[in-house]
Each structure stands twice: as structure tokens, then as C-alpha cells.
Design a binder for this molecule. Structure first.
Ligand SMILES: *Cc1c(COP(=O)(O)O)cnc(C)c1O
Length: 348
């Protein structure tokens, strides 16, 4: 079975070997205060910055999930209010998680067929979901730039869970970017990457919120000496390093995924019984293809695909019965993409 689920998804095809290497080289029982661990972390951060084009001045932290990143941002970067601009289930969840900690958080919902509305927003932190995994939409770098221009003082926090590692992101346009690794990084779940601008670091220091083991002041202090606040998922960090080492620079991956996404959307334009969930091509995601159809067609397609060895992504939340999703992540083998496309052409 090959998983086209948009996370957890098909893992990088080198994983089995890298786990073996980890076992052979003592990574699995490595002490997280040792110089070996610090060297591993340092190397991983450098490789991540190089391959994803993250500015040198930005800090990189390792957390356990994107959900933890949501919580840590609410804890350590928001004093009173944050503003959440969302069009789907993940953005909304981020908002409600934040509200539980900071009741003054504001949510602004927008239509998934529209571009994210650029405006002057109140609130100390603006929270944006760059790639909304639930409905297959994305926010362009142009829109982020306009948002940044209109809101030069507020901090911009960006959930890029299903695009980081697959899309060329301009990190300079945001202050806090984060992603968990079971999406575009093609790794097993249990690790998240958080990237902080100098502006974000200054704010963390100013607020000095230090009531939690994962408070950002603590995490940043440990990151400076290439350590973590607690015993981290060392194996996952090692797997991230190994997979990044044999990954091309993000520009090449971005281009390849874009071509594949175009092929998926072209296919969906030719089918009779299914169509892209989002009709506006300018806001469609390049990494998560959301497909809409009747309930019976969705059921039938998922079942037939499964019988042929392909796991399609379930529709998310309220879209469960009338959509399915196809991950267009870097680790999907091109030959299997071709076979799934062929199958969908005959089924739909
Ligand atoms: C998957 C996903 C999350 C949640 O990730 P976890 O690692 O399960 O916490 C958050 N945001 C987006 C956009 C996602 O796709």
C-alpha cells in the first residue's frame, strides 16, 4: 500500500537504511547533553538553513508537533491578543487552541475561493495557515508580502506544516514559521521544526514568559548552545539530517512539485465525476490536492484505489463525505503517481 494521505504520508525511501545506520552508530542511545548530540543538532540546523534557504539570522528550534507550536506561540509570543485569519479546519483549530489560553484572541474567517484578505489587523501576532491541508488552498508569497507591508509592527506567525520542505517559502516574510515532519519532509511523525526571526526572538525576550518547560525563552537559550530543553526525539533529528543531505535545494523540489500539481489539476479538469474542491486556480495548493465529488463517487474511488494499493487521503472534518485528498509531497515516487493518475482517469 502506498499512502497518498496528506500526512502522515509516504516516507522518504532511504528511511529504512538511515534507521539501520542510526542503530549502528549509537544515535539511538545518544546523550542529549553530549558533544556528539550538539554536533548533530548544529549540522542539522545548518543543512536545514542551506536546503530551505532560511536566513542565517533566524533561529531554528525542534518541537514535537505543529500542535505544540500553536500552543507555544500562544504562551510565549502573545501577551493579550492574536488575530487568526483562516479559511479551513487547521487554521480554525489553531484559533480555538489559542483562545483556550488567551481568551481575547480574534478569529477572522474568509472564503476558500478568495485570496487571504490583506488589511491592517489588530493584535500582537497575526496567525496565518500558509497551506490549509483540510481544503487544499494556499497563501501566496505575494499576499504574505502585502500583509507584511500593511502590518509592519505585528509579528507574523505562519503554519507551513504541509508546505515547508516542498515549496520555496520566503522566510523573510514571516517571524515564526513551523511544520511537523510527517508531511512534506517525508519522515515519521514526532518532530516539528520552528523557525524564528530576530524580531520574534526580541519579543520572546521582552515578554520573558517562563512558566512552561517549553516556554520559548528556555528553548531559545538551549538552542544557542545546540541543545534542547528536554530529551528530544534524537532519531527523528538524525533522520531529518540524513534525508535533507540527499535532497536537492528547495528551488528544484518546488519546481518538480509544481509540475506534478499542474498535472493533477489538468487531470481533474478532464474527468467527469470529480473536480477540484477549489475552483479558483490562483489559491489552489500545490502540495495538497483536494478533490470534490458526490458521496457515492468519493466512497467508490477511495475503495477502488485501496484495492489497487493506493491509500487516498480522507476528506477532512466537514468535508469528509464529499472530498478526498491527494498528497503531492516530495517523497511520492513518480512512478506511483503515474499509476494512481491512470487509475483515477479510468475511475472518474
Ligand atoms: C497536520 C497539520 C497540523 C497538525 O500537525 P501535528 O503534527 O499533528 O500537530 C497543523 N497544521 C496543519 C496545516 C497541518 O497540516
Amino acid at each position: 500500500m502506498i499512502s497518498f494521505y496528506p500526512g502522515p504520508s509516504q516516507v522518504h525511501n532511504g528511511i529504512a537504511q538511515y534507521v539501520k545506520d542510526a542503530q549502528g552508530s549509537g544515535i539511538l542511545s545518544m546523550n542529549h547533553r553530549s558533544t556528539q548530540f550538539m554536533a548533530l543538532l548544529k549540522k542539522t540546523v545548518a543543512e536545514l538553513k542551506k536546503k530551505l534557504r532560511i536566513p542565517k539570522s533566524y533561529s531554528v528550534l525542534f518541537l514535537s508537533s505543529a500542535t505544540e507550536c500553536w500552543e507555544v506561540i500562544a504562551q510565549s509570543l502573545v501577551d493579550q491578543t492574536s488575530t487568526h485569519i483562516y479559511n479551513g479546519a487547521f487554521g480554525k483549530k489553531w484559533f480555538t487552541h489559542t483562545q483556550a489560553l488567551k481568551p481575547n484572541a480574534t478569529g477572522i474567517a474568509f472564503d476558500r475561493e478568495q485570496e487571504l484578505p490583506v488589511d491592517v489587523y489588530q493584535g500582537e501576532v497575526l496567525c496565518i495557515t500558509q497551506n490549509e491541508t483540510s481544503n487544499g488552498t494556499q497563501v501566496s508569497m505575494d499576499t504574505l508580502q502585502l500583509l507584511r507591508q500593511k502590518n509592519p509592527n505585528g509579528l507574523l506567525a505562519i503554519d507551513a506544516t504541509s508546505s515547508m520542505g516542498g515549496q520555496a517559502l520566503d522566510f523573510s516574510l514571516g517571524d515564526v514559521w513551523f511544520a511537523s515532519v510527517q508531511k512534506c519532509f517525508g519522515l515519521p511523525a514526532g518532530l516539528a521544526v520552528m523557525v524564528c526571526s530576530p524580531h520574534a526572538v526580541t519579543r520572546v525576550e521582552k515578554l520573558n514568559e517562563h512558566f512552561h518547560y517549553n516556554s520559548l525563552v528556555h528553548q531559545l537559550r538551549f538552542a544557542q548552545k545546540f541543545q534542547t530543553t528536554h530529551t528530544p526525539n534524537v532519531l527523528a533529528i538524525y533522520l531529518l539530517l540524513r534525508t535533507l543531505q540527499d535532497t536537492p535545494a528547495i528551488g528544484a523540489t518546488h519546481k518538480r512539485l509544481q509540475q506534478q500539481a499542474t498535472a493533477w489539476y489538468n487531470l481533474l479538469a478532464q474527468t467527469t465525476s470529480v473536480k477540484p474542491l477549489v475552483s479558483s486556480s490562483t489559491v489552489r495548493s500545490q502540495t495538497v490536492i483536494a478533490v470534490a465529488a458526490s458521496e457515492s463517487q468519493v466512497r467508490r474511488t477511495k475503495l477502488r484505489a485501496r484495492k489497487a494499493g493506493f491509500l487516498l487521503g480522507e476528506g477532512y472534518g466537514e468535508l469528509n463525505a464529499t472530498t478526498f485528498r491527494i498528497a503531492n509531497f516530495p517523497a511520492m515516487p513518480p512512478a506511483r503517481i503515474k499509476s494512481l493518475a491512470k487509475l483515477l482517469r479510468t475511475l472518474c
